[in-house]
Design a protein around this ligand. Structure first.
Ligand code: DAK
Length: 260
């Protein structure tokens, strides 16, 4: 399929999705939202893909936010509809059976920081810049962005990020736990590949079930989330991959997981 705003490439078990609007610093317009949703739906049922890397085209930006130019003439109804579209996309990403790794160079602002947070792991270059500048535009991260950052990094830091609208460097994002691995710009590609290879080597069944529990923990109350955990654990436990994993340990060899 030829995408207008994306590039997609699969190398072995790793699918790489690139938001490809470098002239607009990869800002998320309606077409990007629609195409990402369609592409992720296709990848979700592709058994050859075990890990998804999300990145932005060019050196300067991961994603500089929602497309402000497109937003200018919107009515409240259109804005709310777009908020739902964005929210559904971020939910879809979190619920993908495969883990998503955001590979972040340059700007990750507004909807760009949010789409990175909808990924499971964030690898960033020390040259990356984060922030929620929406308050400067007379809005706020209204696509689930305020709620999600609050859950991910805690209310005190989240509140300041949302209210002040400051841009902050990758080092600070790393201190906050928003970035999981931080490397010099020249090492971003290699570090991303390393994380992707690690994840691709694990059981896709265990990863899928684990993600469902982490999502439940984010979205549900404690007691219900634990019930989800027991169920998911049971499903992982009865997989062929679990037999392979434990047998490989006993036989002192590397497991060869099949995703069943
Ligand atoms: N949207 C559209 N175009 C953008 C853009 C954006 N977010 N960011 C950059 N661009 C475009 C610029 O307009 C420029 O295009 P031309 O004007 O040359 O055609 C090109 O990318 C290069 O940008 P600059 O010339 O500005 O480059 P600089 O290096 O000088 O500055 C910058 C880089 C990232 C600091 C600056 O571009 C900037 O401040 N960009 C905006 C960052 C921002 O405010 N991001 C948050 C966007 S708001 C909601 C839905 C979604 C959201 C909220 C509510 N609802 C529907 C309720 C989410 C909102 C956001 O994400």
């Amino acid at each position: 399929m030829a995408w207008q705003t994306l590039l997609y490439d699969r190398d072995g078990h790793v699918g790489t999705v690139t938001v490809n609007r470098p002239d607009a610093l990869n800002a998320l317009n309606t077409t990007v939202f629609a195409e990402l949703s369609e592409l992720f739906s296709e990848i979700a049922v592709d058994p050859d893909v075990r890990v998804i890397v999300l990145k932005g085209a060019g050196e300067k930006s991961f994603v500089a936010g929602a497309d402000i130019k497109e937003m200018t003439g919107m009515t409240r109804q259109q804005a709310e509809a777009r908020s739902w579209t964005g929210m559904r996309l971020y939910d879809q990403m979190r619920r993908m059976p495969q883990p998503l790794v955001a590979s972040i160079q340059g700007y990750a602002l507004g909807g760009g920081m949010l789409i990175a947070m909808a990924c499971d792991i964030r690898v960033a270059s020390t040259a990356a810049t984060f922030g929620y500048p929406e308050i400067r535009l007379g809005i706020f991260p209204g696509t689930g962005g305020t709620v999600l950052i609050d859950r991910l990094i805690g209310p005190a830091a989240a509140r300041a990020i949302c209210l002040l609208g400051d841009r902050f460097p990758a080092e600070r994002a790393y201190q906050l736990g928003l970035v999981n691995r931080l490397v010099e710009p020249g090492l971003l590609v290699a570090e991303t590949a390393d994380v992707a290879a690690t994840l691709a080597g694990y059981s896709p069944v265990a990863i899928r079930e684990l993600k469902s529990v982490l999502n439940a923990s984010l979205e549900l109350d404690f007691a219900t989330a634990r019930e989800v955990e027991i169920d998911a654990y049971g499903r992982a436990f009865e997989s062929e991959d679990r037999v392979e994993g434990t047998t490989a340990f006993v036989e002192k060899r590397k497991p060869d997981f099949k995703g069943r």
